[in-house]
Write a protein that binds this ligand. Structure first.
Ligand code: HEC
Ligand code: HEC
Length: 338
């Protein structure tokens, strides 16, 4: 820290003596602000907001409702869920350059947060597209295409489709965006080392090529959350070819993912717990041609009729790997036979 402060101070003095104003970027600096200062395009969802907006947005995301600007309590966005039923708000990948469910599992476990189908809201304002890959390919209607290119539209799409709720009003949308901005990445979140920070400040000071610097900053994190869908295995009896389940990982998946929604008091009416009954039922259904089969429920979820009832979103490969499905299977079969 001493080294960095000395160098930064030296830089400041140098530039002050040249009569040039210069901003020093620090670990807590906003990544979006650094990029904009380097003349990267300003995101369409960029906002100025107040602490009140953030508070309202946080309540909508976590509780589904808040106090509206007119002083009245707003109605729930969804009868069934809060946004945090399916999305975390913390960083959930140890390395922001990869979306890997296998490294995510121990990472979220250590943090005490769940392992879910929706991507985290941490850094969502730093993404440049949403509902990517197979969401566009498989549901490529105008609604999804609009959401793919615009964070505001993504929020609306998820409010109606994923949460089986209603369109948000403008002030609600702005509040959620404000809350999202409070979860933006700072340089520290990107895992920049002191040397990286010095390099950043130095090169900005030297007016090195901005496109290169922008690209370099963006190499620290993904600008989109990838999503590829997968199918149940050809033979449910055999499972996914060549993969051996791991009991301990299966236990973590069961507890951090399935039980999060299926424990008593969770969002689903279908209750699962640690009893032999739960494991026996799940285990008996694995090889069946039924949405109660692990292979089908994970890859396809349940069918959603907008506004009608809670449904289960499926897991793209980036949210649960085939290996993890086998891990879960081996844990469930083990517990069923105990
Ligand atoms: C029942 C589960 C569920 C609920 C509830 C839910 N979402 Fe989602 N959401 C998803 C899934 C699944 C996706 C697609 C995968 C992903 O996150 O990229 C998604 C995607 C999104 C995206 C795009 C993310 C990206 O990077 O592609 C946004 C924005 C979003 N949801 C906002 C919300 C908001 C705001 C709420 C609350 C009003 C909400 N969601 C409630 C399941 C849910
Ligand atoms: C984000 C919440 C969520 C997560 C996580 C989740 N589920 Fe579900 N699941 C649901 C909802 C909602 C339904 C719809 C059934 C209902 O509640 O009426 C459902 C339905 C099911 C069904 C069919 C039950 C029926 O009555 O049709 C099975 C089986 C199931 N889930 C198993 C699992 C397993 C196994 C996991 C872990 C890999 C899991 N679920 C993770 C929310 C979730």
């Amino acid at each position: 820290m001493k080294l960095i402060s000395t160098i930064l101070l030296a830089l400041t003095v140098l530039f002050l003596s040249n009569q040039m104003p210069i901003k020093i970027w620090e670990p807590d600096s906003s990544v979006a602000e650094v990029l904009m200062a380097l003349s990267d395009s300003v995101p369409a969802h960029y906002r100025k907001y107040t602490p009140m907006d953030i508070k309202r947005g946080e309540e909508i995301v976590k509780l589904g409702r808040t106090i509206a600007p007119n002083g009245k309590r707003s109605s729930y966005v969804s009868k069934y869920y809060a946004c945090t039923s399916c999305h975390n708000i913390e960083q959930e990948d140890p390395d922001l350059r990869f979306s890997d469910p296998e490294t995510r599992l121990p990472y979220v476990k250590a943090k005490g947060i769940p392992f879910l189908q929706g991507s985290t809201f941490k850094g969502i304002v730093n993404r440049e597209s949403w509902y990517n890959d197979d969401y566009v390919k498989k549901y490529g209607d105008t609604l999804v295409l609009k959401a793919h290119r615009d964070l505001k539209q993504s929020i609306q799409l998820c409010a109606i489709q994923c949460s089986q709720g209603r369109l948000m009003e403008d002030w609600e949308l702005e509040a959620v965006l404000a809350y999202y901005w409070s979860l933006e990445f700072t340089l520290k979140d990107l895992g920049m080392s002191e040397a990286d920070l010095i390099r950043l400040n130095q090169e900005i000071a030297d007016s090195k090529s901005h496109p290169e610097l922008i690209q370099w900053i963006k190499s620290f994190y993904m600008q989109r959350s990838p999503a590829h869908f997968f199918d149940a295995p050809y033979s449910k009896k055999e499972g996914y070819e060549g993969l051996e389940g791991d009991l301990a990982k299966g236990k973590d998946l069961y507890e951090l993912s399935c039980l999060y929604c299926h424990k008593s008091g969770g969002v689903s009416h279908y209750i699962l717990d640690e009893s032999r009954l739960s494991f026996r039922h799940l285990s008996k259904m694995i090889e069946k041609d039924s949405h109660f089969s692990l292979y089908q429920i994970i890859a396809y979820g349940t069918y959603a009729i907008p506004g009608h009832r809670p449904y289960m979103p499926h897991y793209p490969l980036e949210r649960m790997s085939k290996q993890q499905v086998e891990d879960l299977r081996s844990y469930i079969e083990h517990k069923a036979n105990q």
